[in-house]
Design a protein around this ligand. Structure first.
Ligand code: FES
Ligand code: FES
Length: 180
């Protein structure tokens, strides 16, 4: 006799449903080292939350489609597109922005090199570019010039033609290699 599958429990009314898009969810994250708890609309993107709710306007909004990289922030140590991640997805995570990483001094070498090499003009792309470059410095310190270009290929700059940006990042990698 065929064994009957156990009857599935009927979900309680509303249970198991994803939150309505206009619902706000309590969200706790560590933002630039400090705990933050807010009720955040389920559909708000991380970059909009950071800029509009938290006043952290260093990261910018460009394409809003994950293409230009100007919204780059760091979540649990990895760079992400703030326009592609919902703010509520940051619950329980650590989020670092250009403000926090500048204040901590983590980006100082790259910032100096960008200035020295004239690697910024309008500066709109620069925060995202710095976060992407720092990700390379930390995770691939032996990167070649070609590797630098590849790593930064997801960050668009309309002004500098990339040459100066690649020069600046290369300066930091070479200086670090000399000192190790
Ligand atoms: S605004 Fe996020 S990648 Fe362009
Ligand atoms: S410096 Fe203007 S877009 Fe890069």
């Amino acid at each position: 006799m065929r064994k009957q599958a156990p009857a599935r429990k009927r979900p309680r009314s509303g249970a198991g449903k994803p939150p309505a898009m206009d619902q706000a969810l309590e969200t706790t994250l560590t933002l630039n080292g400090a705990p933050v708890t807010r009720r955040i609309p389920a559909r708000q993107h991380l970059i909009d939350f950071l800029r509009e709710e938290m006043g952290l306007t260093g990261s910018h909004v460009g394409c809003e489609h994950g293409v230009c990289g100007t919204c780059t922030v760091r979540v649990d140590g990895r760079i992400v597109r703030g326009c592609l991640m919902l703010a509520v997805q940051a619950d329980g995570r650590r989020v670092d922005t250009i403000e926090g990483l500048s204040d901590s001094g983590e980006l100082a070498e790259l910032q100096d090199a960008f200035l020295r090499r004239n690697a910024l003009q309008c500066g709109f792309c620069t925060p995202g570019m710095l976060l992407a470059a720092q990700d390379l410095v930390v995770n691939d310190p032996g990167a070649s010039r070609e590797g630098i270009r590849e790593h930064l290929s997801g960050n668009y700059c309309r002004c500098t033609g990339y040459q100066a940006i690649v020069d600046a990042v290369e300066d930091v990698l070479v200086a670090r290699r000399k000192n190790t």
